[in-house]
Write a protein that binds this ligand. Structure first.
Ligand SMILES: *Cc1c(COP(=O)(O)O)cnc(C)c1O
Length: 388
């Protein structure tokens, strides 16, 4: 690969000594499941983003499940979720025995449409889960308003949006509960699985802490039926180190995004592909840089890029309403037209913090070649002529 879609190795080398030192400390302490290192990380995470409470758990998927459990959502309840998201947003709803109700997206931001969500509210609706897709917050002021008007719980799937803001307020602070993931490719990623829940409510905080340890308090006395979903000491140690670099990495992602905007202009591609749209209220953290390639050319472009050694990804090739496992819910593909269209048009380009300007040039140049052929190539910096 000339330009990998994601290259974790650059960060691994940079952090190696610092992380290994911390891991050795946790090893010597013997506190592996929850424990003082997890408590330190919970405190630092909460302080960093000004959350009242932060509760660690085993994954972002578990965070969503625990949030629904803590809010008492179950059989007979409906929960409105986007279809254009990662599977876990809806599977959590399914697993508590409630019914996921899929709503369409705003085609500009790819995020859940407040208007479409509102139209799907019924007497059974108990909650809405907006997802802050690709690092940009959903329209949280509108979702908060909607939740208040209909007395619904509001759960944020902030797995891709650590540090993102909407009207200046952090993702995870708008809803009753915020759900984060520390899967390695997220903006704050551990060395394995991990997740975090945030809330302003003491009642919910206590319930979440109980639910993540089998509802057990005190030891071997079970108050409610919970699950086993602990964050471990090693992950907390890695994440504490990485939290110190987060601001710097977010800045690099934003610089990479800005550079793509310039390069797409320079290569005269802005009428051919659609670049990401950032809402004026949003502080985007660029977990992904996702373009739209209309008119059925996405897969051809992707194949050409792969041949040129440029890694890309498709988030997501199929809306959840079209997934086999949800067939019994009875959606037809065209029931959510914007989700349907987005899933056939989106293409994610490399945007990780350590990506270099030269690599970005190669990416956009390969896209220009696909659309313009060899003919229309603007000036190539000297540093790149060798590779071209
Ligand atoms: C990654 C992700 C999750 C799940 O997080 P895990 O830690 O992998 O379980 C949930 N929702 C969205 C939108 C995600 O991107």
């Amino acid at each position: 690969m000339n330009v990998p879609f994601y290259d974790l190795s650059r960060q691994l080398a940079f952090l190696r000594e610092e992380v290994l030192r911390e891991l050795a400390r946790v090893w010597d302490s013997g506190a592996f499941a929850l424990g003082p290192e997890v408590e330190r990380f919970e405190r630092e995470f909460a302080e960093y983003f000004n959350f009242r409470y932060a509760i660690g758990c085993a994954s972002g998927s578990d965070a969503l499940l625990l949030a629904l459990m803590a809010l008492g959502i179950g059989p007979g309840d409906e929960v409105i979720v986007p279809s254009f998201t990662f599977f876990a947003t809806a599977s959590a709803v399914w697993r508590v025995g409630a019914k996921p109700v899929f709503a369409d997206i705003d085609p500009e931001t790819f995020n859940l449409s407040p208007k479409d969500a509102a139209e799907r509210i019924t007497r059974c609706t108990r909650a809405i889960i907006p997802v802050h897709l690709f690092g940009q917050c959903a329209a949280m002021d509108q979702f908060r308003q909607l939740a208040r008007s209909y007395a619904l719980a509001l759960i944020e799937d902030a797995a891709q949006a650590v540090g993102a803001t909407w009207e200046g307020m952090f993702a995870g602070a708008w809803g009753d509960v915020g759900c984060f993931s520390f899967y390695p490719t997220k903006n704050l990623g551990g060395a394995g699985d991990g997740g975090m829940l945030t809330t302003e409510s003491q009642v919910l905080m206590e319930r979440l802490r109980l639910l993540r340890v089998h509802g057990m308090h005190p030891r071997y006395y079970h108050q409610v039926v919970g699950i086993n979903s602990r964050l471990d000491g090693f992950q907390a140690a890695v994440l504490r180190v990485k939290l110190r670099y987060l601001a710097e990495w977010q800045k690099k992602r934003a610089e990479n995004a800005r550079r793509y905007f310039e390069l797409f202009e320079e290569y005269r591609l802005t009428d051919i592909v659609q670049l990401p749209k950032v809402a004026p209220q949003a502080g985007h953290v660029w977990n992904q840089f996702v373009i739209r390639v209309p008119s059925g050319r996405r897969d051809l472009l992707r194949a050409d890029l792969a041949a040129a050694g440029v890694g890309t990804e498709i988030y997501y090739p199929l809306g959840l309403h079209e997934q086999k496992c949800f067939a019994s819910l009875g959606y037809r593909p065209e029931d959510l037209p914007e989700t349907f269209r987005a899933s056939r048009e989106v293409l994610a380009l490399p945007i990780f913090p350590e990506l270099t300007p030269d690599e970005q040039h190669l990416v956009v140049r390969a896209i220009a070649r696909h659309f313009h052929g060899a003919a229309v190539i603007p000036s190539i910096p000297a540093s790149l002529r060798a590779v071209a």
